[in-house]
Structure formats: structure tokens, C-alpha cells
Design a protein around this ligand. Structure first.
Ligand code: AHR
Length: 358
């Protein structure tokens, strides 16, 4: 039996309290322009409607916008769902309280994209005690397994792929020394931790120098700020910039443009990004970004399948990895080996770009 959702009243109340907290404004098109709360609730809730609470990280990036849109499309009234959506504005306390509000509301399922990977066991225990199944998407939770399923990316593999591509690319170009600057994502996010570990593993193995590695918080403004300081501190010393998402890459490009540093195909600096949102795959095709390692934001359809399995009394898989591809501006590296597995590197053409779904 479905629980009645008190979403509108409670989400509005929460919206007022979250809005009062303020926070960063969106760098990109944001589902909740204020960084506060957006609740999608049909006027009537029938017993056959499945109520879902989604505690989203925030609205920091194009990737996040795609993730939110995917959830809102899938968990629509037309599809038989009522979605209570909370944009947590990259604030862990807000995210914990959003989950606790979902428990009070008595939703049928809770989706969490955890801002940070720790600090979850108490609230997940509360979900368990309330009998509400939790599905985790995108980032991982490291200190509790009290959730039904996780759907997301292998972030370490993304970082390893980046390193293996750079090794092959540099070898083909006759580049013998790598001096890299890394712009990391948000501190404590498993996406940051995995990508950092993966790239560092290859850098250590190959004897590359990582001159510096600082957080740009997965935002364009953060990427620009970090790159501006790198351009001052490491002028003339670096030949690789690794941005852990596309929005940081946009900010880094602005900073390098302003500092007179050239990047991309034929530039002084090899520029690498993660996410592979369509506008940034276009930048790969245009030669502004040398390579881009996809992070797939389309977890929601798989979450809907998991919910349908639970509704049918079945046991879903505990871990489900989304599929991801690697994109490059040039065709000199056509494949890389990651964790012993050969994987294609896709040379971006107009046809490839046209086929990108987000
Ligand atoms: O957790 C996924 C990461 O979070 C994406 O790479 C980034 O763009 C987003 O903000």
C-alpha cells in the first residue's frame, strides 16, 4: 500500500528554511534557480501512485542538470509517480534533513545522490526502521550498506582511463615529460576521490609530476579561480591540465585565455575533462579540449526498473554500473587498456556529436 505524501506542505516549509540558508547561485541552467527546493506534486495522489523522494546534490554543473532532468522525466505523474525533489545545494546537512523529511512524509522510496561519501549510517538506519527502501545513485556511500541498490559510475576507472589515454597520447606526440595540474571536484565526493586516485595511480607509475591538485568544487567559477592561481604560481611550468568536470574546464579555459596560455590541439597545454556533456564533446570536436571522459547522468531509468522489481517482490542487484565512453579530439589513440580490459577511445566527429543524448 502506498503512503500518502505530504509533499507540498512539507516541501514548501523546507523550501522556506533552505532558501533562508542562501548558498551559491547556479553556474549553469539550474532546476532550482534559487538553489532551494523544487517539489513536483500532482494535485491528486491515488493509492496506485508511487511516491519518490529524491535528495539531489545541487545544481553545480551541466551534468547535474542532466541528472535532475532525467529523474523528473522518469518519475513523472504521467508515469505513475509523485516526485518530491530537493536540491540540496551541495550542503550535507541540508541533504540529511531532506532525507529525514522524506521519512516524515512517508514516501514509498528514497533516492539519494550523496554529496559526500561518509556520515550516512544513522539516517539510513532511520530509513530502514521506517521501512522505506533507499536507492543510491551516482556517488557512493562508504560507511553504510543500508540501501537496496546503487546505480552509478566507476570513478576510479574514469581516472585510470584518463591516465592511460594521456600516456598513449604523450607517447604518440613524443612528449617525454608530464607536468600536470589537477582541478579536483568537491571535497569528500566519491567522484572526486575516485578520479583523483585513478589518475594519480597512473601518474605515479609513469613518474609524472603532479604540480598541484586543488578543488574547483565542480563549478565553472571554482575552475576559473583555481586555474587563475595556477597560472600565476606555475607560469611556464605545466603542460597538462586535468579538470574533473566540464564546468571546471570551462572556467580553466577562461583563466588560460586571460593568461595567454594556449590549450587543446596544437596548444601549449593538453586539456582533459570529465563528464562529456554534449556542449563539451563539441569542444573536443573543435579541438579546445583534448579528451573527455564520460560520466553518465542517466541513472533514473534504471532506478525506475529497480522500483518496479521491488514492487514485484523481487530483489534488485546491489550495484549497477552505468555504461561510459571516452572521447578524443584526435584519432592517434584509438584504444586504451584499463584494468586489463581494452576500451575504445572515440574520435569525435559530427556524427558522434549528433548521437550524444545529453
Ligand atoms: O558526481 C558526479 C559529478 O558531480 C559530475 O562529474 C559533476 O559534473 C557533478 O557535479
Amino acid at each position: 500500500m502506498k503512503r500518502k505524501l505530504l509533499a507540498l506542505t512539507l516541501a514548501l516549509a523546507m523550501g522556506l528554511s533552505l532558501a533562508a540558508c542562501g548558498g551559491d547561485t547556479a553556474e549553469t541552467t539550474a532546476p532550482a534557480e534559487t538553489g532551494a527546493v523544487e517539489a513536483t506534486t500532482p494535485a491528486e495522489t491515488g493509492d496506485d501512485v508511487i511516491t519518490v523522494g529524491f535528495a539531489q546534490v545541487g545544481h553545480e554543473s551541466d551534468w547535474r542538470t542532466a541528472s535532475t532532468k532525467s529523474a523528473q522525466d522518469v518519475f513523472s505523474a504521467e508515469n505513475g509517480y509523485e516526485l518530491a525533489f530537493v536540491d540540496c545545494d551541495n550542503d550535507s546537512a541540508t541533504q540529511l534533513s531532506a532525507v529525514r523529511n522524506f521519512i516524515q512524509q512517508g514516501v514509498d522510496y528514497i533516492i539519494i545522490d550523496p554529496i559526500v561519501s561518509t556520515g550516512w549510517d544513522a539516517v539510513l538506519t532511520e530509513c530502514e526502521d521506517a521501512g522505506i527502501p533507499v536507492i543510491v545513485i551516482d556517488r557512493t556511500i562508504d560507511d553504510s550498506d543500508k540501501y537496496v541498490s546503487w546505480v552509478g559510475s566507476d570513478f576510479k576507472v574514469e581516472g585510470l582511463a584518463c591516465g592511460e589515454w594521456l600516456k598513449a597520447y604523450a607517447a604518440d606526440k613524443g612528449i617525454t615529460e608530464i607536468n600536470a595540474l589537477v582541478i579536483e571536484g568537491s571535497v569528500g565526493a566519491s567522484a572526486t576521490i575516485g578520479r583523483t586516485e585513478g589518475f594519480k595511480e597512473i601518474a605515479d607509475r609513469e613518474g609524472w609530476t603532479i604540480l598541484d591538485s586543488q578543488s574547483g568544487d565542480f563549478t565553472e567559477a571554482g575552475g576559473q579561480e583555481v586555474m587563475e592561481s595556477y597560472c600565476q604560481s606555475y607560469a611556464g611550468q605545466f603542460n597538462v591540465v586535468i579538470c574533473q568536470n566540464d564546468n571546471e574546464a570551462a572556467g580553466a579555459m577562461t583563466a588560460m585565455d586571460n593568461a595567454g596560455v594556449t590549450y587543446g590541439v596544437g596548444g601549449d597545454v593538453i586539456l582533459v575533462s570529465f563528464d562529456a556533456n554534449k556542449p563539451y564533446v563539441q569542444m573536443v570536436m573543435d579541438g579546445k579540449i583534448n579528451a573527455n571522459f564520460e560520466c553518465n547522468p542517466m541513472a533514473a531509468p534504471t532506478v525506475a526498473e529497480i522500483i518496479q522489481q521491488l514492487e514485484a517482490g523481487e530483489t534488485p542487484e546491489k550495484e549497477i554500473y552505468v555504461t561510459e565512453s571516452w572521447f578524443a579530439a584526435e584519432d592517434n589513440v584509438t584504444s586504451i587498456t584499463v584494468n586489463g580490459e581494452e576500451q575504445p577511445v572515440i574520435h569525435v566527429t559530427q556524427e558522434v556529436l549528433d548521437a550524444r543524448p545529453y
